[in-house]
Design a protein around this ligand. Structure first.
Ligand code: ZN
Ligand code: ZN
Length: 332
């Protein structure tokens, strides 16, 4: 079992900030870390990468932020200087840091954020900390996967395989963009949430591709594996109509890292296979505007809030006891 213990407040780097955490999402990637699927993690460790809070300290070379600012950050904190960052692709930064993975994260009262001028994002006053905590990983990841990598168009059919936090976010975002959406999951409770968002639903793991093709009259134009397994990735690719786009959103770890993607279909049907990895801080304003306008609302995806004291058990039990929607830890 993980433990809740007193540790020192993290030091503030010259170009970094320390954020006083108010809310932190509990994500499947945290569970992967806890299970030992991330060999970069050294114990003792503090997980947590979907954070929202208030700046409590800034380094002396930080220019854009002040103590007291309400902020969030992407889970991939970029260096701001490498070749990828120079091209605006901070989400694949060559020297990225990830709170809760490469250093101690936000299941805590305070978390250090590297390169504050590059990575912190101001929260609109209208966005509460619990909703904002859902943005940093799953909602923002879904936003980029559907809008930027997936290039969704109004009227298209979008299939979403896996209706957990990232999948439900993708469903909401795709519907707001004018797409017709089908959600696929093995959990009836998750599909109920998908249906409430306006998606058609398919229950089960077998025969998924043909069920999607029948429902969508030939296959999805865009299909996302929002879960991250060999089976869901292959189902997603097989659900596509000709010239369709598959976006891999769920992380692929361990035995799922190299799924048997049907490359015969990829060439015969001119399919596109794309990856989507978080979202750069500079892309957030467009998403925050859509939230402010009410077109999308991460708050409705929050299934429950828990205390920091309840977080260790919730993390350890994440795989065994599924809770529909997102779980967010309210820190103070
Ligand atoms: Zn970089
Ligand atoms: Zn996450």
């Amino acid at each position: 079992m993980p433990d809740l213990v007193e540790v020192p407040t993290p030091p503030v780097a010259p170009t970094g900030a320390v954020v006083s955490v108010r809310a932190s999402g509990l994500c499947r990637s945290d569970w992967h870390g806890w299970m030992g699927h991330d060999d970069g993690i050294r114990l003792p460790h503090v997980p947590g990468h979907e954070l929202a809070g208030v700046v409590e300290a800034i380094g002396d070379r930080v220019t854009r932020w002040q103590v007291g600012d309400r902020v969030t950050a992407p889970f991939i904190c970029a260096c701001g200087r490498c070749e990828q960052c120079a091209a605006g692709n901070h989400q694949v930064c060559d020297r990225q840091e990830q709170p809760g993975f490469t250093h101690w994260g936000s299941f805590a009262e305070s978390v250090a954020i590297a390169e504050a001028d590059v990575n912190l994002i101001a929260l609109p006053d209208s966005l509460d900390f619990v909703s904002a905590a859902a943005l940093g990983c799953r909602f923002a990841t879904a936003y980029r996967a559907v809008m930027t990598q997936g290039r969704v168009q109004p009227g298209e059919w979008v299939a979403v395989h896996g209706c957990g936090g990232v999948g439900l976010s993708a469903i909401m975002i795709a519907i707001a963009a004018g797409a017709r959406v089908v959600g696929v999951d093995v959990s009836e409770a998750s599909l109920e949430l998908a249906a409430q968002l306006g998606a058609e639903t398919i229950l089960g793991a077998g025969g998924v591709a043909s069920a999607v093709k029948e429902l969508t009259d030939g296959g999805a134009h865009l299909s996302l594996d929002a879960y991250g397994s060999a089976a869901t990735a292959v189902n997603s690719v097989r659900s596509l109509r000709k010239r369709g786009r598959h976006v891999q959103v769920g992380l692929m770890t361990g035995v799922h890292a190299t799924p048997p993607i049907p490359m015969d279909l990829v060439v015969a049907h001119e399919l596109e296979i794309l990856g989507s990895h978080g979202m750069a801080a500079h892309e957030y304003p467009e998403m925050l505007e859509a939230i402010a306008s009410g077109r999308i609302d991460p708050q409705v995806l929050v299934g429950r809030t828990i205390s920091l004291e309840a977080a260790p058990l919730a993390l350890a039990e994440m795989d065994a006891h599924a809770h529909p929607g997102m779980t967010v830890i309210e820190v103070r």
